[in-house]
Design a protein around this ligand. Structure first.
Ligand code: ADP
Ligand code: GLC
Length: 491
């Protein structure tokens, strides 16, 4: 028998952010990198994103798509943002909703019309797909902002033959954000009141869009194996553990990869000097450059203290309460703390306060700054992620490649990617309990090893040798897409 050569599934990504068009966190990195890896595996891939203020305008290819919203009609254009690395990008241009400086919020407060904004985005994405010659085999959605795609396909578009052979895969990047709105929102996003049941979108008296996405998608992935198990427990399920457990057979944990074209110390265009595991001298220059960029005085720089780096959204998920708890103890150690982040005011104040109190040891920049994020990855000696929960986490993976040793809490993807250093093998330092004492113990271990230069070099180079590129994970996605795509000859 001659083996039939399978045609790779045609995929459309629908996501609320993606590099290089828009970014607030790791979702954008994934949406920037995974499609490239899929295209390299011969999948035709289109990525649809909103056009925000931070996104450069492109050529409009479809004008005035009509979207039934708020009991009337809204309009959006689709812009063609070109094909790079085999991936086609479309931008939904709807200035009323997206021509804003923040993606989801302003000054730490969510926009009040987020449901309508992402409803418009999902409807426009569906309408854009309908205007292509063929429907995709799989629509790959991400997080609550695009959970309305499978919901609309089961409701407004249920009778539409165009999508008859199209499946939906939903990736959950973070269960902490579910798109929860008051029941009145339903009519504004063109959904019927009958959807408001326990088997539908109802969730403790509110509408929960992610819940609908979980129920109406053909398969679900999360971004690490450990997180795929954690979300089915009450500790990490944020109230959706039962709904998820009910779909257990369709949930897969696929670890995020990273894009080493963007994040490698040998080629990074943002850092002061390049370096490799064989020749680490450039890392010293990066450290000095980082400390100078953060405004430390020369006499403090010359102390050659180990530098502990943080780059993060400032959100309660990230475990900074622990830093607040141990700050005094932590800063009696002979180290320098460099933090970059923005978001929740509580944590901005925490780090700014520490920098004011210890100007010789702590510097913080409250901002979103991609260049500085790269400088910290390269210039720090250690990278701290004490997360309360972490679906995958990308910074610890970037850190390993830069020889910047991660100190992490053993949760979700942090636990799956960092192996504790035992003197010979291992890539970082981990702690289990969510407590200041446990965090301090891990920092203490790291500082002890740091003082033994040859042993430290080993933990650095162990991490640098790890390969978390997308190849493996992209193959796992191909498998899932294939399982969702009817094959020629299927009954
Ligand atoms: P999350 O998606 O939960 O924010 P990840 O570790 O998966 O966490 O990804 C965070 C991504 O966002 C990384 O690429 C990181 O460098 C970037 N990032 C986070 N905060 C900032 C910031 N303030 N400035 C620049 N980049 C940031
Ligand atoms: C989320 C998670 C983070 C993950 C990222 C990309 O924002 O918080 O852990 O790495 O998505 O999947």
């Amino acid at each position: 028998m001659v083996a039939r050569k399978e045609t790779p599934a045609r995929i459309v990504f629908v996501a609320s952010e993606g590099v290089p068009f828009s970014k607030t966190g790791g979702l954008a990195d994934v949406v920037g990198a995974l499609p490239k890896a899929l295209a390299a595996n011969r999948h035709p891939v289109t990525v649809i994103l909103p056009r925000y203020q931070m996104t450069a305008a492109a050529r409009a290819s479809l004008r005035n798509l009509t979207l039934p919203l708020q009991g009337g009609l809204k309009y959006a254009d689709i812009q063609e943002a070109g094909k790079t690395n085999g991936v086609r990008h479309l931008l939904v241009d709807c200035p009323e909703y997206f021509d804003r400086s923040g993606l989801y919020q302003m000054e730490g407060v969510d926009y009040p019309d987020n449901a309508e904004r992402f409803a418009a985005f999902c409807l426009a994405s569906i309408e854009a797909m309908k205007r292509q010659p063929r429907a995709p085999d799989v629509i790959h959605c991400h997080d609550w902002q695009t959970a309305l795609v499978p919901i609309y396909l089961r409701t407004l578009y249920a009778g539409d033959r165009f999508f008859h052979n199209t499946s939906v895969l939903l990736t959950i990047h973070n269960l902490g954000y579910q798109g929860i709105f008051p029941p009145e929102v339903l009519s504004r996003i063109s959904l019927r009141p009958e959807m408001f049941t326990v088997d539908g979108l109802e969730y403790f008296g509110k509408v929960n869009l992610l819940k609908g996405g979980i129920l109406y998608s053909n398969a679900i992935t999360t971004v690490s194996k450990k997180y795929s198990r954690e979300i089915q427990t009450s500790e990490f399920g944020f109230g959706l553990e039962g709904v998820l457990a009910g779909r257990r057979e369709r949930i897969h944990g696929i670890l995020n990869g990273v894009d080493y074209e963007e994040w490698s110390p040998g080629t990074d265009r943002f850092i002061a000097a390049h370096y490799t595991p064989q020749d680490l001298t450039g890392k010293q220059k990066c450290k000095r450059d980082l400390l100078e960029s953060m405004g430390f005085r020369q006499q403090d720089i010359q102390r050659e203290r180990p530098v502990l780096g943080i780059v993060s959204r400032f959100a309660s998920q990230k475990g900074f309460d622990l830093i607040a708890e141990v700050a005094d103890r932590l800063l009696t150690e002979d180290l320098t703390l460099v933090a970059l982040g923005s978001g929740d005011r509580t944590y901005e104040k925490l780090f700014l306060g520490l920098a004011r109190k210890h100007p010789d040891k702590v510097a913080v920049k409250v901002a979103y700054d991609n260049v500085l994020a790269h400088k910290i990855e390269a210039g720090a000696d250690m990278f701290l992620m004490p997360s309360r929960y972490e679906p995958c986490g990308l910074n610890q993976i970037y850190s390993m490649k830069y020889g910047t040793v991660p100190i992490v809490r053993a949760t979700g993807g942090l636990d799956d990617t960092v192996e504790p250093f035992d003197g010979t093998a291992g890539t970082g330092f981990k702690f289990g309990p969510y407590s200041g004492d446990a965090l301090m113990r891990a920092v203490g271990q790291a500082l002890k090893v740091y003082r033994q230069r040859e042993v430290w070099r080993r933990v650095m180079t162990n991490g640098m040798a790890k390969d978390f590129s997308w190849d493996q994970s992209a193959k796992q996605f191909s498998e899932i897409y294939r399982s969702l795509t009817p094959q020629a000859g299927d009954p």
